[in-house]
Design a protein around this ligand. Structure first.
Ligand SMILES: Nc1nc2c(ncn2[C@@H]2O[C@H](COP(=O)(O)OP(=O)(O)OP(=O)(O)O)[C@@H](O)[C@H]2O)c(=O)[nH]1
Ligand SMILES: [Mg+2]
Length: 300
């Protein structure tokens, strides 16, 4: 017997940069997942927990699984990322495939070739197009209407259709008691979220290949009541990248630190002391053993 409560895991997948992490942050009303205007920002899957109450007062706990974008790249780190997304698909109760409103339908076809899991199809970033263009795109997807449970156009930035989306997800969840404490937003620890905030700042302050060839490790994390003290290392692959991260007179690393610190303070609701240092570790992203040291373990 159940008391009407629903809970389940919902994998959110789609091409890089279509807005998966942005949507989940928006639904949490909190910036936890890393967001970047550059593609391939998310590297590991992450549970983000959204409580939902439908119009009849029925409650659910939706555990969204943010995933790295589905893409084909030969690099080892990218292979790990793809594996993460595939794992999330095979372990979920329900899938959400996110297509950007600008995307061609062929990417959805590729998803259909990948899995036959029940899924909701969403069209993201509808704030960037006209109503007419939205309708045109919906029509293009209508030929697959036997494949998806429902098709929902939405915008995270303009908060369009988000409640409808949650109601639809909750409709398809199984009856189950909650998996997690109803207060928590994620089962990841603060240290991991802070690490991702530094990585986000690296992504958003540096160009070319540097964001893709860099990684962050928190070396010291001293939690206090009013102040957290953090010392972190940014790893890059080449000497030239190290000087770019530091920047002229240390300007770039200062900016990276400041932006990350501001996000941490917002989340932790306390002061943060953040110390950053840059190191070169050749081929950190090109060998399985090195990747494992940074938490990207193929065996997990
Ligand atoms: N205009 C507009 N931009 C959006 C919207 N949602 C996300 N974006 C932007 O799209 C970019 C990518 O967002 P992310 O949330 O990092 O995308 P992602 O799908 O998680 O990307 P990966 O982790 O690389 O797979 C960012 O610059 C966001 O600000 C939206 O609703 N409208
Ligand atoms: Mg992401």
């Amino acid at each position: 017997m159940h008391d009407g409560f629903k809970a389940g895991f919902v994998a959110v997948v789609g091409r890089p940069n279509c807005g998966k992490s942005t949507l989940l942050n928006k639904l949490l009303s909190q910036d936890i997942a890393l967001v970047s205007h550059k593609a391939n920002a998310t590297r590991k899957k992450m549970n983000l927990i959204v409580p939902f109450s439908d119009k009849n007062g029925r409650n659910s706990q939706i555990i969204f699984v943010d995933t790295p974008g589905l893409h084909r790249q030969e690099k080892l780190l990218n292979q790990f990322m793809l594996k993460e997304a595939l794992k999330a698909i095979s372990n979920c109760d329900l899938c959400v495939f996110m297509a950007c409103i600008h995307d061609e339908t062929k990417y959805y076809e590729e998803f259909l070739e990948l899995t036959d899991r029940p899924h909701i199809l969403i069209l993201s970033k509808i704030d960037t197009v006209t109503q007419k263009e939205i309708l045109k795109k919906i029509k293009e997807y209508q030929k697959y209407d036997e494949k998806f449970l429902s098709l929902i156009p939405l915008s995270s930035q303009k908060s369009l259709n988000l409640e409808n989306f949650l109601a639809e997800v909750s409709k398809h969840l199984p009856y189950s008691p909650p998996f997690f404490d109803t207060e928590i937003l994620t089962d990841e620890n603060t240290k991991y979220i802070y690490k991702e905030m530094i990585r986000e700042s690296v992504f958003n302050n540096l160009s070319d290949e540097i964001p893709y060839e860099s990684e962050v490790k928190i070396e010291k994390f001293i939690e206090g009541e009013n102040l957290d003290k953090i010392s972190a290392k940014i790893f890059v692959e080449k000497e030239s990248q190290k000087s770019m991260v530091i920047g002229k007179n240390g300007q770039t690393i200062k900016r990276i630190g400041k932006q990350a610190r501001q996000k941490m303070e917002l989340l932790g609701k306390k002061k943060i002391f953040l110390q950053l240092n840059v190191f070169v570790q050749k081929s950190w992203s090109k060998e399985k053993e090195n990747l494992k040291k940074f938490g990207y373990d193929f065996e997990d």
